[in-house]
Design a protein around this ligand. Structure first.
Ligand SMILES: [Zn+2]
Length: 620
């Protein structure tokens, strides 16, 4: 979960020289870590006593099958310790992020990580022991002893792994493959981020070293000449190493195949989704539904071409903003008001927690020298409250990021309030639903409360681009991943050239190349080599499913009644107390059907209707 959040937001990472030191920032804009521990001294005492208590687990080892009472006692002890550890880790991680150059805090964090490692080692016997006791005996324990009811789902989740767990010798051997299994990704990273020789180009008279960061900046340039310079140069570099990148990605897919077959899964896709309790159908349904809705993307691309005033739309024209950025300023205090108003439809309890986030200083607002970049929400301190790290910059992006992170925090707050600790942590699959739900609500609120035409166009354009990049583009990635894994499952070998052919065919389908909608030159078949996510084992589809589910849930709340609000709150109260798909289904967003897709595409098309209306008004 935390990984996911950071992944999205490190994209916003900006390294500029900051002169403000942390001590110059008023207290009210800094998070209050005293809610975790009143002082470092108290923290250290708690950590010492925690470290001693880890030893308590030893007494249960080898005895879990003796009686249900003993099993319960072990799990109670384990989760008690786990909860305490989460709080300790939250404290040191947040402190360290305040100023990454503060060596005292880094030391505190490293020491605590060592304590965490010790805990993880000393508790590592629990799951294998439960599996070896077996389903029959565990189930009879749960039936005969009321005290174990709480752990029924937890135990069944461990037991369901059994069919994919091998003998002890095989498991030990499999574990040792980790010595080499990360080679493709490590090589990919070091090559593309360090060793790869990127070209320099002359833009506005200045020499620009065209690496990934420069590409993401310049690809959005309004000057078509700049874009047409940047695109071929950047991807041309990747093309030069097509064979190398091909070998790396092929190795990665073979690795997935090795683990999937070793663990007796029927496919790589099933192996990746099964541990997260996501059915294969959710994945294939995404691809099916998005393919059926490609005409909506074509409509958007035609509109884009028209709005940009282009004779031809090409792959290099996709990132430049539809509407010139509007110069709006939101102070942090204004942002608070706007977000509180935008989320009012969710009722009093939500409002209460949201307000607490501001007045109780859950949020670390402004950048300071040495502070971690980007933004995140940390909801691990179960008995306390979530925290948010921001680098607030008074612009629309900052406002939207704050709403996003508050979505995560409210999800944590509700789940921590309504679930026992063991089921409080929501899974990756649903994490970005609550956050992008808030972005949806914010966008809707701003649209209905602004009369300024330019601002409206900006917000509508933002919404369209978000859907293109988060839904269509990620679904295309998902389709590519599935295809290349299938090839390897069928015993086919993959070369860089073949990967480019597969990718080019997909991009051309998605962007309507053969229909004359957007021209995608052969060169852009290499784009797969630029995407690190293809090393994350069927990960990116969740960006798409999250936004589809959240758009649907936001529409229900905006246009629905009390029941729709209750259903949404039911979702954020759920933690991991059911499978992620069931939790969303109960909230009214069934990702195995076409319903949330239809809503999202309706929103997409209505947004285009709105833009066209505003553009026609101008003409009159
Ligand atoms: Zn997020």
């Amino acid at each position: 979960m935390k990984f996911f959040v950071l992944l999205v937001l490190t994209l916003f990472f900006s390294t500029f020289a900051l002169t403000v030191s942390r001590s110059e920032i008023p207290e009210k804009y800094k998070w209050n870590l005293k809610d975790l521990y009143p002082s470092v001294e108290v923290f250290k005492q708690k950590r010492d006593s925690f470290e001693k208590r880890i030893g308590l687990l030893k007494q249960f080892q080898g005895k879990l099958g003796k009686s249900p009472e003993l099993l319960k006692k072990c799990l109670d002890t384990y989760f008690d310790l786990h909860k305490e550890l989460d709080r300790l880790m939250t404290y040191v991680s947040l402190r360290a992020d305040e100023d990454l150059s503060n060596s005292e805090n880094q030391k505190l964090k490293n020491e605590t990580f060592n304590v965490a490692r010790k805990f993880s080692e000393e508790s590592s016997f629990i799951e294998p022991e439960i599996i070896s006791i077996g389903e029959e005996k565990i189930n009879s324990f749960v039936r005969e002893y009321q005290g174990l009811k709480l752990y029924k789902l937890y135990l069944s989740r461990i037991l369901k792994e059994k069919k994919h767990i091998l003998s002890r010798v095989e498991e030990a051997l499999l574990a040792r493959t980790s010595l080499m299994s990360d080679t493709p990704y490590q090589t990919y990273s070091i090559f593309s981020y360090t060793d790869m020789p990127f070209p320099t180009v002359k833009i506005d008279g200045k020499e620009v070293y065209l690496n990934q960061a420069a590409y993401t900046k310049w690809r959005a340039n309004p000057d078509i000449k700049v874009r047409n310079l940047v695109f071929p140069k950047f991807f041309g570099t990747y093309r030069k190493f097509e064979n190398t990148f091909g070998t790396l990605l092929y190795s990665e897919v073979k690795k997935d195949y090795f683990y999937a077959t070793s663990r007796k899964y029927s496919s790589c896709l099933e192996a990746a989704l099964y541990p997260n309790e996501v059915p294969v159908k959710v994945y294939t349904n995404l691809i099916k539904q998005i393919n059926a809705n490609l005409p909506s993307l074509y409509r958007y691309l035609r509109l884009r071409k028209k709005m940009l005033g282009l004779k031809d739309l090409t792959y290099a024209d996709l990132y430049t903003p539809l509407v010139k950025s509007v110069d709006v300023n939101y102070s942090y205090e204004e942002a608070q008001k706007i977000i509180e108003n935008a989320l009012k439809p969710l009722g009093q309890e939500y409002e209460k927690y949201l307000h607490r986030a501001f007045v109780e200083r859950w949020i670390d607002v402004y950048p300071n020298r040495g502070k971690r970049g980007g933004a995140y929400s940390s909801g691990n301190a179960y008995d306390v409250h979530p925290y948010i790290l921001l680098n607030y910059n008074n612009d629309y992006e900052s406002l939207s990021t704050l709403a996003h992170e508050l979505g995560h925090s409210m999800h944590s707050m509700f789940s921590n309030t309504y679930q026992p600790y063991v089921y409080s942590d929501y899974t990756i699959f649903v994490a970005e639903v609550a956050s992008t739900f808030n972005e949806n609500m914010l966008n809707h609120y701003l649209l209905t409360h602004t009369k300024d035409r330019k601002m409206k166009l900006f917000l509508l354009g933002h919404l369209l681009e978000n859907i293109r990049q988060t839904i269509f583009r990620q679904a295309m990635f998902a389709e590519f991943e599935l295809e290349i894994h299938k090839r390897v499952e069928n015993g086919e070998a993959l070369t860089g050239k073949e990967l480019s052919d597969i990718y080019l065919k997909l991009v051309r389908k998605y962007y309507g190349h053969d229909k004359g909608i957007c021209r995608v030159d052969d060169l852009y078949g290499i784009e797969w080599a630029y995407i690190p996510h293809f090393y994350y084992n069927f990960y990116v589809y969740q960006y798409a499913t999250s936004l589809i589910a959240s758009t649907h849930l936001a529409q229900k709340v905006i246009h629905g009644d009390k029941r729709d609000v209750e259903q949404y709150l039911g979702f954020i109260k759920s933690g991991c107390s059911d499978t992620p798909i069931n939790i969303l289904r109960k909230a009214g967003a069934d990702l195995e059907t076409d319903v949330p897709f239809k809503t999202t595409m309706r929103v997409f098309n209505q947004t285009m209707d709105e833009i066209e209306k505003l553009m026609n008004e101008k003409k009159k």
